[in-house]
Design a protein around this ligand. Structure first.
Ligand code: WTA
Length: 633
């Protein structure tokens, strides 16, 4: 059984042990899983290449631990509880036995279609049970899944398919999300038209049944391939360090990179963190509202909960359909015990008024979780008072795609809690704060750059196809440390408060975005000479996107031009990257070395032009006045 910490004193003791003897601690945690062969060595690492190996030589399959291991004890317990977009449609249940059978059938279908261990399979699907089933089917046969959030554009999808040379795409026909009817398969076809030579097969799950085009020899129906397959499937034996999945995420520069996670350590850490952060107890109903297209969905809808033998809710819809009470209606209906969502959703629902949340019985809720961006105090208080009725602790979970699992967070009600503070590190996690010169800042009541100085089992191993990029991005800033890209404060009590990104990554509605990516998209417009994108504080989204654009010729109609730019961004990345504000400028503030001084642009975008600091080192200080006077409020 995975260790479950039950008091703050116990946390302190376990934490101490985990730091003094990490190998002993993690070996203990790992021993509650099914291994085909036990590891020879717990940990082998350096952060200079980097090269990190957990449970070296161990052999296992994560799906045997998610599914087979539970069959005897809880075969008839619900594993996945699916709540459809349409509230009038009944929820669908998959017990562990049924899920096991469905995963085996799907795994056999993948093998029958030539998918083998090590092949990459891309997913572009709505939040339907078949997504979880097919992801697990990949893991069962050792294929590497690469799930692409279905809000990305055909171009973004094609880029990701090509970066990993995926052999297959699994998609649905259409997606019903809120009132939207999204032609998912058509977007996949558009991606293919952009050139995805590695794709041999597209498996299409019939979701809505509306008509689509099927290309002979390439496109196959999911049900044709899966139905009739055997309900058992021998799982592939995986090494602890074999790749489990790739997940693309944005950084400061260039195209999104494929963060690689491996089997053994990811398994141990997602299960451990799930049980402890959410204090999941036998029989609880756990709901994480994320999409499986993001890391939160991977680790805390699929793997963590299933490894822990939990009942995990999968929700197809959106928080505001058919009305702003949907989350709470579902919590009431399914008697949800742990509820995990993003601050942006909390703020959006808070703005709709208290009556929506007051309509429903939320007394089943024991733990509330927050993830993806800093939660402001007002949203925290509302979540605590109105949703939790002052009875449920909030776990503010800080982590990243790269960390694989929750790093800093309270453990249910067993940790001290402070609004907007993530709190203390989980056992085995050794965060530290650094100054810009590379000195570790000791003591409390300080602020610095957040790093981690010792490996943890679910950390990223590489970025797909480009290990040097992984080293440069995360391990080259500070010797022997993983750099997170976040700034943080450690308060007088030693609790961490995440301040936000210190690089050119912004967080829009909990979606992580590289400003460079948005700039590259904007620059595709023929009239654009140069652009600079920054984030600015936004009441609901956390950060909004503010774009400064230089054009080659004067723009006749700025409204038309802005609309064109939004179209270009939607085409290149997807609607989630659309700038909220676009200011046409004649120049950008640049240093003598030609670097854009983003500090000034951020200030102007935030509406605060009172003190722009020293602008005398600029090549073109006169531009600052012009930008200020044209700023969009
Ligand atoms: C931010 C999401 C404050 C942070 C799991 C991080 C947070 C980035 C929190 C990773 C939190 C995530 N408080 N900020 N509780 N959780 N972040 O990769 O800036 O989509 O670096 O992973 O989100 O975003 P990602």
């Amino acid at each position: 059984m995975t260790l479950q910490i039950k008091s703050f004193d116990e946390y302190k003791e376990v934490y101490k042990r985990s730091v003094e003897d990490p190998e002993g601690f993690w070996a203990e945690q790992a021993s509650s899983f099914q291994w085909r062969k036990k590891w020879d060595k717990v940990l082998d690492w350096n952060f200079s290449e980097p090269n990190v190996n957990w449970f070296v030589g161990g052999k296992m399959n994560i799906t045997e631990n998610c599914l087979d291991r539970h069959l005897e004890e809880r075969g008839d317990q619900v594993a996945i509880l699916f709540e459809p977009n349409d509230p009038n449609e009944p929820a669908k249940e998959f017990t562990y036995k049924q899920l096991h059978a469905e995963v085996c059938k799907a795994a056999n279908a993948l093998r029958a279609n030539g998918i083998e261990k090590g092949d990459r399979v891309c997913f572009y699907m709505p939040m339907v049970p078949e997504l979880a089933i097919a992801v697990l089917a990949c893991a069962r046969i050792g294929a590497i899944h690469s799930v692409v959030f279905a809000g990305f554009s055909a171009q973004a999808l094609a880029d990701r398919i090509n970066d990993a040379s995926c052999k297959m795409v699994i998609c649905s026909d259409y997606n019903n999300r809120g009132t939207k009817h999204i032609p998912v398969k058509k977007i996949v076809d558009d991606a293919m038209a952009l050139g995805c030579d590695s794709i041999e097969t597209i498996l299409v799950h019939k979701n809505t049944g509306d008509s689509i085009e099927m290309v002979g020899g390439r496109d196959k129906w999911w049900h044709d391939e899966v139905e009739g397959q055997s309900t058992t499937c021998e799982a592939e034996e995986m090494d602890s360090e074999d790749m489990l999945f790739i997940l693309y995420t944005s950084g400061s520069t260039g195209k999104p990179k494929g963060v690689v996670h491996t089997c053994g350590g990811y398994m141990v850490y997602t299960a451990f963190s799930f049980k402890n952060v959410f204090q999941y107890e036998e029989g609880d109903i756990y709901w994480c509202t994320a999409d499986i297209g993001w890391i939160t969905g991977h680790s805390y809808i699929v793997y963590g909960p299933l490894l822990a033998g939990a009942t995990t809710v999968m929700f197809e819809g959106v928080p505001t359909y058919p009305d702003a009470g949907r989350f709470w209606q579902v919590c009431d209906k399914l008697k949800v015990n742990q509820f995990y969502t993003a601050p942006t959703a909390i703020r959006a629902l808070m703005a709709q008024g208290d009556e929506w949340v007051e309509k429903y019985d939320l007394s089943s809720i024991k733990v509330l979780g927050s993830v993806g961006e800093p939660i402001n105090e007002e949203a925290w208080e509302w979540y605590y008072d109105k949703v939790g009725k002052g009875n449920a602790p909030i776990v503010d979970t800080w982590w990243q795609t790269e960390t694989g699992g929750i790093m800093i967070s309270g453990l249910g009600s067993h940790s001290p809690m402070k609004p907007a503070h993530a709190g203390y590190p989980l056992p085995g996690i050794q965060p530290c704060l650094m100054d810009a010169d590379g000195n570790e800042l000791d003591g409390n009541d300080i602020e610095g750059l957040l790093c981690v100085k010792f490996p943890w089992p679910s950390m990223l191993r590489t970025t797909y196809g480009d290990h040097e990029r992984c080293r440069l991005t995360y391990f080259s800033h500070f010797e022997n440390k993983y750099f997170t890209g976040d700034g943080a404060r450690r308060d007088a009590d030693g609790m961490y408060r995440i301040i936000g990104r210190v690089d050119d990554v912004i967080n829009v509605s909990g979606h992580r975005m590289g400003t460079a990516e948005v700039e590259n998209a904007i620059n595709e417009h023929p009239l654009v000479v140069e652009s600079a994108v920054v984030g600015y504080p936004h009441d609901i989204k956390g950060q909004g996107i503010y774009a400064y654009v230089i054009t080659s010729d004067p723009v006749d109609d700025e409204d038309v031009f802005r609309k064109e730019l939004l179209k270009v961004v939607t085409k290149e990345i997807g609607p989630i990257a659309k700038p909220d504000k676009i200011q046409v400028v004649t120049g950008l503030p640049k240093t003598r070395s030609g670097k854009i001084m983003r500090r000034i642009l951020r200030k102007v975008a935030s509406g605060d032009t009172s003190n722009l600091g020293d602008t005398s080192t600029l090549l073109n200080p006169e531009i600052v006045e012009a930008i200020k006077s044209g700023a969009l409020g």
